[in-house]
Design a protein around this ligand. Sequence first.
Ligand code: HEC
Length: 202
Amino acid sequence: MRRRGLALLLATALPALPVRAQGPDPAAIAAIVEFNTVCSNCHEGECSGRLSFDSGAAAARGHIERHLGAPAHETHIAALFAMLRHVKETCSHYPAVPIRPAAGTWLAEELAPWRNAFAGAYFIPLGKLAAGRHLIRLEFDGEADGHARIDDDRMDVVAEERLCRDGAKTIELDVAKAVEHFLHLKSGSATLRRIEFRRPGG
Ligand code: HEC
């Protein structure tokens, strides 16, 4: 009962989740980015399936707003709550559609919606990466401190790099199976100027 109520609420609140044909919905992207730059710091990997959500989304409001650093609208809280439920129940990422297939260059303007300024972090879905070697070059508008991490649909980390006053950083990864991949990037106040995708020998 409760589950259906939430699903219905979400369906009316966020019709464009996951984002596709009609273009990205900023509210849906913002919720996905917040979830993956803030909430997942503590809640990722909780795959028990056991939930003590009996009190529902409303009761978690104080907790959620404290971590977001700002008051949040009810539909936004419901969206975050649904994402947490999805992660806990399926042990996999909440679906998110990439800017476009991971090839060529993604520019600052397209990447900007995928940044949470409050957290100084990006969460960027890369889509399905083909099996084989990939070089992903991150270029910043200044010196970036933090780290970059790529994980797959099951939230297994496949590549990790530290950023120590780096203006740019290339992440190398070998994809064993063509599945969805996600970039988690903490870069403080430095923002992405572009991301370049290359296949060596390709
Ligand atoms: C600093 C760590 C931390 C962060 C960040 C965090 N949480 Fe939590 N959260 C907890 C802990 C600890 C609990 C209580 C134990 C549990 O149920 O997992 C909890 C409980 C919850 C609950 C209630 C779970 C239940 O079983 O009743 C919800 C819903 C929730 N968090 C959502 C969020 C959302 C959404 C965000 C992001 C805005 C977030 N949390 C950020 C640590 C965190």
